[in-house]
Design a binder for this molecule. Structure first.
Ligand code: ACM
Ligand code: ZN
Length: 774
């Protein structure tokens, strides 16, 4: 039995008054990305069993598109559409010659008589279909297949509209890869960057080197442990986790993508991030020591680079690429090039000899030599090479395309050098980072790229001249999967951010509108619900932001979604739609726990309520002056973070003021005389991140802000090399004094100890709050 659905998912109904007499009900489609132009008609077209498809133009080109349409309709209904000529009840696919539409644009006309999709080629025809699919039910249904009357003219802003997927850190099945491609295609994203090779797994069958997948694709299963703290594999332990794609499966996926206008760009990472290849063929590394496939993020002594001085490596890579090129028709081939730790090259006689004989300056130039050599091979096969922005270091290969991920600087520099560029800055288009919370969100690698940040992303940097911008092909989001193990988690990380990216890359900048996008998004969420896809409701998560103004503390509640209301409580209770409704900053004048949730059409949205506790004391909301300012990248919620009533968490980003190698010297002006008997400074220690508790903390008082008298100095006995993150309050109790100013001095550790990665260099101080009580 098929479920009977009463609504179509992607349609919103709205009414308008016609000459003051009639109420006409029209259906406004919620298409994402927003088309260049969309005019609503006043009727609709109904697909039924008699509906036919007519191909007007090159049959060979149009037939596969027609088959795609037929199979899609079959997937959501009982209808099997025939291909033939007809006067009515017909969907016409028409090949035209319209320069405005380019290679991927289309026009779409829907009225009660039929549908016409016109385009210069198959890509545009298929995109016209995707716009239609978004107005239809998303799963098998008995509901009418009703498409609103409309007229669309549409074409993309950028040529390269990319999504990346790392299948090395975790392996995703061919079916999941197809689902990913389907999602991309729905939102008119046309390039799938398939990250097939990395340290923790080699995922593509190479017939000449079977051990790459026999050995390199399998590791000891440590999925129950956090990525960064997995033990190295021991000899004899069964390597049961992994997988790879056979060449047959890859061909099938490439075909599947092609009909959806998705080009697959394979990434065969080199010269670093290849511990998996070295596990299979140890002779490819500098040390040539045997090693086992990595289980996670702990590398121990494992080699991760190819030896750049060994001819056998180049021959191996040319063989590998020869098989890759035979599979993938893509003009572009990605060779990685990121994050190469060059220590092994420094200590390798072969690498050093290559530096000498080739007249290279250093290991950066050795990397450039390596990449340039591989580029020459690819150019000889009529392909173009892409690399991450590190390939700029040591000299860019002559025709390389640069993928800028460490911000946009690499891309800007490459465009200046007249090289093609793809923007993929980690902020905001790394979809492995949190999108809200993080409370309530599944564990992610860190960082924060919300839906709205993605939506607001402008791929052409302000610093880029119009002339240089010609080299900008487009942009892409990257999905690294260290923390993404399952299909549902992968869906969650890309939905709905992929939709925002689609609109950034397709729609004209002037057509972007966050409020309108949020509105359209709801219907896509309905579709995901129907299909059982997981997605983040992070855009409904409330963010709580402290505000300090004129010695008073308040809390501002922010949410990315529009049109709903925020409800909150101050006593720790779960908020409901019966709770206080937010109308503006909430005054905080005593210790409180604020919880808030967003509601839309009477229903609470999001995963968990946002929650923030405030401690209220004599210092709260009072002005703080620093001798050395806090580091910009650790400025918490602003200059008054030490008196905002908010305590830090174990996350380095959450509400800590960081001081880089300097003492923290802060003076609080209480505004008037007050009596205090205790003082405390909250601090954090995280050994690996160079954050060490201050040696001691001194509290002093002054009535004039000039002459200070010591109240107490507090020491501690906590060892600095504890492996876990530690929160510690330096608390002083003294005979009560009446004072207006309190000065806090926290002494930094001047030199990190031997064995620490920063040995000899000063530590950081992290502080969250100064607390003064009677
Ligand atoms: C990268 O994120 N290492 C390209
Ligand atoms: Zn070497």
């Amino acid at each position: 039995m098929k479920p009977v659905l009463k609504t179509t998912f992607f349609l919103s109904l709205f009414c308008f008054s016609f000459n003051g007499y009639a109420q006409l009900e029209l259906q406004k489609p919620s298409i994402i990305p927003q088309p260049v132009s969309l005019r609503l008609g006043n009727d609709h077209f109904l697909i039924n069993n008699e509906t036919v498809l007519e191909l007007a133009g090159n049959q060979k080109e149009l037939k596969p598109a027609a088959d795609f349409f037929i199979s899609y309709i079959k997937g959501i209904s009982d209808y099997t559409l025939a291909i033939k000529k007809a006067k009515t009840n017909v969907i016409t696919l028409k090949k035209v010659n319209n320069p405005l539409l380019g290679e991927e644009g289309y026009t779409l006309l829907v009225n009660s008589n039929g549908i016409q999709i016109a385009a210069n080629g198959r890509a545009g025809i298929v995109y016209g279909m995707q716009s239609i699919f978004q107005t239809l039910p998303q799963i098998q249904t008995n509901a009418a297949l009703q498409i609103p009357g409309m007229e669309i003219t549409d074409y993309p802003r950028f040529k390269w509209r990319g999504m990346h997927l790392d299948v090395s850190r975790h392996f995703f099945s061919p079916d999941m890869v197809k689902e990913y491609i389907d999602l991309m295609a729905s939102y008119k994203i046309n390039t799938f960057h398939w990250h097939l090779v990395d340290d923790q797994g080699w995922r593509i069958e190479i017939k000449k080197y079977p051990k790459l997948t026999d050995v390199g694709a399998w590791r000891v299963d440590q999925n129950k442990r956090v990525w960064s703290s997995r033990p190295l594999a021991k000899p004899g332990e069964p390597a049961t986790y992994g997988g790879y794609y056979t060449q047959k499966q890859i061909k099938d996926i490439i075909e599947y993508a092609a009909i959806r206008n998705v080009t697959i760009v394979p990434e065969i990472e080199m010269p670093g991030h290849v511990a998996s290849a070295i596990a299979a063929y140890p002779q490819l590394s500098c040390s040539q020591h045997p090693q086992l496939p990595l289980t996670g993020g702990d590398y121990g002594p494992v080699a991760a680079n190819y030896c750049a001085g060994n001819e056998e490596v180049y021959a191996f890579l040319e063989d590998v690429l020869t098989e890759v090129l035979a599979l993938f028709p893509s003009k572009y081939i990605h060779i990685g090039g990121d994050e190469v730790n060059k220590t092994a090259w420094k200590n390798c006689p072969k690498c050093q000899s290559r530096i000498k004989t080739s007249g290279l300056k250093d290991e950066h130039e050795l990397q450039s030599y390596f990449i340039t050599r591989m580029e020459k091979f690819l150019i000889g096969k009529q392909r173009r090479m892409i690399g991450w922005d590190e390939i700029l270091e040591g000299g860019l290969a002559p025709e390389a395309t640069v993928m800028s991920w460490r911000g946009e600087a690499g891309g800007i520099e490459a465009a200046k050098m007249k090289h093609q560029v793809i923007m993929t800055p980690s902020n905001p288009v790394y979809f492995d980072q949190y999108q809200a919370g993080p409370e309530g969100e599944p564990m992610a690698i860190g960082g924060f790229n919300s839906l709205k940040e993605v939506y607001d992303y402008e791929p052409v940097p302000e610093e880029m001249t119009a002339k240089d911008a010609k080299y900008l092909l487009g942009a892409q989001a990257n999905v690294w999967t260290e923390y993404i193990v399952t299909k549902s988690h992968l869906e969650y990380m890309v939905l709905p951010r992929m939709l925002a990216l689609g609109e950034v890359l397709w729609s004209p900048a002037v057509r972007k509108n966050w409020v309108d996008f949020s509105d359209r998004l709801k219907y896509h969420f309905n579709g995901f619900d129907q299909k059982g896809y997981h997605y983040s409701p992070g855009n409904y998560t409330v963010a709580i932001k402290p505000l300090i103004s004129q010695g008073k503390l308040s809390a501002e509640l922010l949410v990315e979604a529009t049109k709903g209301d925020i409800f909150y409580t101050l006593n720790g209770d779960q908020p409901s739609t019966a709770s206080l409704k937010y109308t503006g900053p909430i005054s905080i004048d005593s210790t409180a726990t604020l919880k808030a949730m967003y509601a839309l059409d009477g229903a609470l949205m999001g995963l968990v309520p946002a929650k923030q506790s405030f401690v209220f004391d004599l210092a709260t909301a009072k002005k703080v002056n620093y001798v050395h300012p806090q580091a910009k990248i650790y400025s918490a919620d602003g200059p008054n973070s030490l008196t905002d009533g908010i305590r830090g968490t174990t996350s380095l980003q959450k509400y800590w003021h960081g001081f880089d190698g300097k003492d923290l010297i802060a003076t609080i002006d209480l505004g008037q005389q007050a009596t205090i008997g205790t003082a405390a400074l909250g601090c954090l220690q995280n050994y690996d991140e160079w954050v060490i508790l201050p040696q001691w903390v001194k509290f002093e008082a002054s009535t004039d802000g000039v002459n200070f008298k010591e109240l107490k100095t507090v020491n501690h006995t906590i060892p600095i090399d504890q492996k876990y993150t530690l929160l510690h309050d330096f608390k002083a109790v003294f005979k009560p004094v009446t004072t207006r100013y309190v000065r806090v001095t926290a002494k930094v550790l001047d030199a990190l100890p031997k064995g620490h990665s920063g040995a000899g260099l000063p530590a950081w101080i992290f502080a969250d709050e100064i607390i003064l009580t009677k």
